[in-house]
Structure formats: structure tokens, C-alpha cells
Design a protein around this ligand. Structure first.
Ligand code: NAP
Ligand code: MG
Length: 515
């Protein structure tokens, strides 16, 4: 069997999770982590979760109270690592959206927009501190509901959630200084729709600047990851945030659509797929609604021959494999200068064979569960297309847990620009590797995508960084590092990655009318 067909067989084997049989054995209790060959066996180090109070049923949060949905319907939220039901979530419909928008309108006109910025800031500081106090339990919930590793939810998501509330709390009484010479006014009611990959962090990205600017909000979390948003609602109650200032209406696509279509929403902020983003653009055309879109990405990480290769490989690995590749700005394309291609591939192959895939609550896990079966199917379909189109798949041999949705860290070599895996967002732990000879070729290849969210450059030469960065059409470019976030720096895309910026002073502007 040629190398290519062997890989093709491997890829076909992962198409249907049930067909992973050779790799999915019952794991012994002391073997919760996957073993690579016979080299590694880690003792389990699970984060405690038995103290958590997960409700059996979560209701909508409207006008400061939890209430049953108009439809009376609820849907299940499951833990993607175990496929076990965690809780039932209320399914909001157009009637609930209308109640939420009305509550938000009242709160905006009567309370929140009239309140001094200094006072609004106090509420945001209080929320930030409460998030910090409850960070551990929120991180565990985030991991259980969404499948991401505890390492990430504890060390990345939750600190950033608190940091966003702290940061925008500071702007609440300084809006006139943020835009000198202009008078800043709130817009009114903001409708905010977020995806499942960073549920709480996306909520913070949306809510904190909107509230600091004096708007009130109706937030629609993603269907598979609503639980932490509802725990955030409890924090709002505890912080005594005035009723109606934030409303959370859970549900699926139709719930989001009802929010988009509601005539009394002044501003829509959406993070999600480019396809839905395009639909939203059509839906608001001809209305007075303001819109910002944070959409997909197909970021290129560029390694030059003069880069610190070990450091670069580590950055590449964290940029695509951690968080299961469920990151819009994931470095999902790797462009390697030809001279270092063999070394980079060898190191990458070695490194991914040491990544630990499994129980996301285990503190040693590097790659947790894929968020949903639907997402797993999408990854498998795209990987199969890569094999069919002639690219070569590299995957470590590993056993995946019996239950749950998993995908091993993988990369493709022999990828050409026309392959689907070089163009489409996979949103999984799969990297497409290509080569280049000159800086010009690297720039051309990096920009050869419909997206433009982020990119990375790895080189020893500062001058080269500036030269390359100025020619990359991407909203964020990291140099000699990757996926670093801070509430003070703006984030957003070019081309089909959307428009508008979140974070920093830039993130306030879309929530303000500037006179
Ligand atoms: P999605 O299908 O577009 O969903 C995003 C949100 O929109 C969810 O809350 C979803 O609800 C809702 N929605 C779906 N259809 C809708 C409609 N017709 N009208 C109104 N709302 C609708 O995206 P996803 O697959 O959940 O998320 C992954 C995508 O998000 C990726 O493409 C990724 O790149 C992108 N993303 C971008 C950024 C960024 O900052 N640029 C950040 C994170 C993720 P349901 O969940 O209930 O379907
Ligand atoms: Mg879930």
C-alpha cells in the first residue's frame, strides 16, 4: 500500500465516528488519556466538577427575571465529551424576543442611558469582580457544555471575560474622551448573536462595550452552549444590574432570526459563520439597523527560514490544535519556506504525536471534545475531500474514548491552493501545509483566500516582519507568537471575515452615535 493510500484509508476510517472502532477501545480507569504507541501514560488529573450546581432546566432571562419560554419548549444541552445530557434549555421564539426587546427598550430609555457613565462603570466593575470570584466554576461549566479543555477555559477564556468587563468599565465615564471633539450617545437596543466556540468570552466581547456605551442588550447564545450565559445572568442579578439592561434569549436559528428581524433593534452584532453573516447583511439592508460582523477565517502562519523553528512549531501547534481548532482566527494554513520544510514537518509530526486528546476536564489534556456531532461530521467531510483531492494526511495513531466527539490532531502536506482544505474553514484540529520560496510568494499565498481575519509571521528579522505585515490583508497579524488577546486591542476582519472591530476604543465606536 502506498503512503498516500494508507493515509486515505485512515481518513476514510474517521469519517463516521462509529467507524473509529480500531482506535476507540474501552479505556482502563487509569488510562483516561490516549496513549501514543506505548510511550506515554499520564495519571488522570481531573478538575473537580461534583460541586457544580447545574440546573436541570434553564429558562430565558428577560427583564431581570428567569421565565419559561412562550412556546413551552425546551431542548437538551449535552456534554460533547460524554454525550450525556447536562440540562434543558428554553427555546425562545419571536414572542419572547419581542418581550426581551421591549424590556431592553424600557431599560434603555428610562434607566441605563440616563445613568451617569460613572455609575454604569460601577456595575461593570462589579460584574467583572463577580466573574473573577466564580471563575473556576464558570470554567468547569464552559468545559462541560462545550468540550473545550479546562486548561483553556480556566487560563484563557475566564481571565479574558473578566478583563473585558474591567476594561470597558473604565471607558463608561470617558466616552467623550474616547472620541475627542465629538459627542457620544448610545444607540439604544443592541441585538447580539454569538457562536459556540468561546461562549462566555463572546458574550463579554459583545455585552461589555455595549453596556459601557449606554446601550441595553438582547443576547442570543449558540444552541449547543447556552449554559454559561445563563450563569452570567445570575451574576447580573447578583450585581443588581437594573432589570432589562441585559436579556438573554436562548434558542436556535429561528430565535436568532427573530432578533434580527425585530423592528425595534437599533444595532446588531453577530459572530459566527460567513454564510449566516451574509444572510444578516441582506436582512438589515434598507433598515436603519447598524451591523457589525465577525465571521470566519483561514489564517496563514508563515515560517521563514530564519525563524526560531522550535518556537515557531510550538506556536503553530497552539494556534491550530488547542481548542480543537474551534477558533475563527486559528492558524489553519501553514506556509513554510522551502529550506526548512523537512525540519518543520519532522518537528510537527513529533509534536502532534505527544498531544493529549481526551477528557476536557483533565488538566493535562491538550485537545478536548469537538463541540457537536454536526461539527465533527463537517471536519470529517473536509478531511476526506483533502484526501480525495490528492493531499497527504498525517495523523498520530491514537485511541479515542468510546463516547463523545473527537478528532485527532492532523495535518496535510501536498496541499495546493485550489484544494478545499486550503480554502474552506475546517474549524477542527487540521492544518494544511504548503511551501513558498520568496517573501512575495508567501504574501500572495497568504492573501489567496476569501477571508482576512488573522495571520502569523515567524522570522528573526524585525524589518521583514514590518514588510510582510503591511502587505497581509488580515485584521490581526501576530509576529513570533499566535492567538494572543487583550481587551485593549481591536479585533476584526477584512473581506469575507466581516467588518467592524471589537476590543479597544475601536470596539466602542459601533455602539455609539457620534455627534
Ligand atoms: P453560525 O451557524 O453562523 O452560528 C452563529 C450564531 O448565529 C449562533 O448563535 C446561531 O444559532 C445563530 N444563527 C444561525 N443561523 C441564524 C440565522 N439565520 N439568523 C440569526 N442567527 C442565526 O456559526 P457557528 O457554526 O455556530 O460558529 C462557527 C463560526 O463562527 C465559524 O465560521 C467561525 O469562524 C465563526 N467565528 C468567528 C469569530 C470572529 O470573531 N470572527 C469568532 C468565533 C467564531 P444556533 O447556534 O442556535 O444555530
Ligand atoms: Mg453542550
Amino acid at each position: 500500500m502506498s503512503r498516500k493510500t494508507k493515509h486515505a484509508a485512515a481518513a476514510l476510517a474517521v469519517r463516521e465516528p462509529a467507524a473509529l472502532a480500531p482506535a476507540r477501545g474501552a479505556l482502563a480507569p487509569n488510562e483516561r488519556h490516549l496513549r501514543f504507541g506505548d510511550r506515554w501514560a499520564y495519571a488522570p488529573a481531573p478538575e473537580q466538577s461534583d460541586y457544580l450546581q447545574i440546573k436541570s432546566r434553564y429558562q430565558l432571562f428577560i427583564d431581570g427575571k428567569f421565565r419559561a419560554p412562550h412556546s413551552g419548549k425546551h431542548f437538551d444541552s449535552i456534554n460533547p465529551a460524554t454525550e450525556k445530557k447536562l440540562a434543558e434549555i428554553a427555546e425562545g421564539d419571536a414572542h419572547d424576543i419581542d418581550l426581551a426587546v421591549k424590556a431592553a427598550r424600557r431599560a434603555h430609555d428610562k434607566v441605563w442611558s440616563k445613568m451617569a457613565g460613572r455609575e454604569r462603570g460601577k456595575y461593570l466593575y462589579r460584574i467583572a469582580r463577580l466573574v473573577q470570584e466564580k471563575a473556576r466554576e464558570l470554567a468547569v461549566l464552559e468545559t462541560m457544555d462545550g468540550g473545550k479543555t479546562i486548561k483553556e477555559s480556566r487560563d484563557v477564556d475566564l481571565p479574558l471575560v473578566a478583563a473585558h468587563f474591567f476594561y470597558y468599565a473604565g471607558w463608561a465615564d470617558k466616552l467623550d474622551y474616547a472620541f475627542p471633539g465629538r459627542k457620544a450617545r448610545s444607540l439604544g437596543v443592541a441585538g447580539q448573536i454569538i457562536p459556540w466556540n468561546f461562549p462566555l468570552l463572546m458574550a463579554a466581547w459583545k455585552l461589555a462595550p455595549a453596556l459601557a456605551a449606554g446601550n441595553t442588550c438582547v443576547l442570543k447564545p449558540a444552541e449547543t452552549t447556552s449554559i454559561t450565559a445563563l450563569h452570567l445572568a445570575e451574576i447580573f442579578q447578583e450585581a443588581e444590574l437594573p432589570e432589562g439592561v441585559v436579556n438573554i434569549v436562548t434558542g436556535a436559528r429561528a430565535t436568532g432570526q427573530a432578533l434580527v428581524d425585530h423592528p425595534d433593534v437599533n444595532k446588531l452584532a453577530f459572530t459566527g459563520s460567513t454564510a449566516v453573516g451574509k444572510m444578516l447583511t441582506r436582512a438589515v439592508a434598507g433598515t436603519k439597523k447598524r451591523l457589525t460582523l465577525e465571521l470566519g477565517g483561514k489564517a496563514a502562519n508563515i515560517i521563514f527560514e530564519d525563524a526560531a523553528i522550535d518556537q515557531a512549531v510550538e506556536g503553530i501547534v497552539s494556534g491550530i490544535y488547542f481548542n480543537q481548532g474551534h477558533v475563527c482566527c486559528a492558524g489553519s494554513r501553514l506556509l513554510v519556506q522551502e529550506g526548512v520544510f523537512p525540519a518543520v514537518i519532522r518537528k510537527l509530526r513529533d509534536r502532534i504525536s505527544t498531544l493529549r486528546v481526551g477528557d476536557p476536564l483533565d488538566k493535562n489534556t491538550d485537545i478536548g471534545a469537538i463541540n457537536s456531532r454536526m461539527q465533527l461530521d463537517k471536519i470529517c467531510e473536509l478531511v476526506e475531500s483533502g484526501v480525495q483531492q490528492g493531499a497527504e494526511l498525517v495523523q498520530p495513531r491514537l485511541r479515542l474514548p468510546e463516547k463523545g466527539y473527537w478528532y485527532p490532531p492532523s495535518f496535510f502536506t501536498g496541499v495546493t491552493a485550489s484544494h478545499r482544505i486550503a480554502q474552506e474553514e475546517i474549524f477542527g484540529p487540521v492544518l494544511s501545509v504548503m511551501t513558498f520560496r520568496t517573501p512575495e510568494e508567501a504574501i500572495e499565498r497568504a492573501n489567496n483566500t476569501a477571508y482576512g481575519l488573522s495571520a502569523g509571521v515567524w522570522t528573526d528579522k524585525g524589518s521583514k516582519i514590518f514588510k510582510i505585515v503591511s502587505k497581509l490583508r488580515a485584521g490581526v497579524v501576530w509576529a513570533n507568537t499566535y492567538n494572543k488577546f487583550d481587551p485593549t486591542s481591536p479585533f476584526g476582519g477584512y473581506k469575507e471575515s466581516g467588518f467592524g472591530r471589537e476590543g479597544g476604543v475601536h470596539g466602542l465606536a459601533p455602539y455609539l452615535a457620534l455627534g
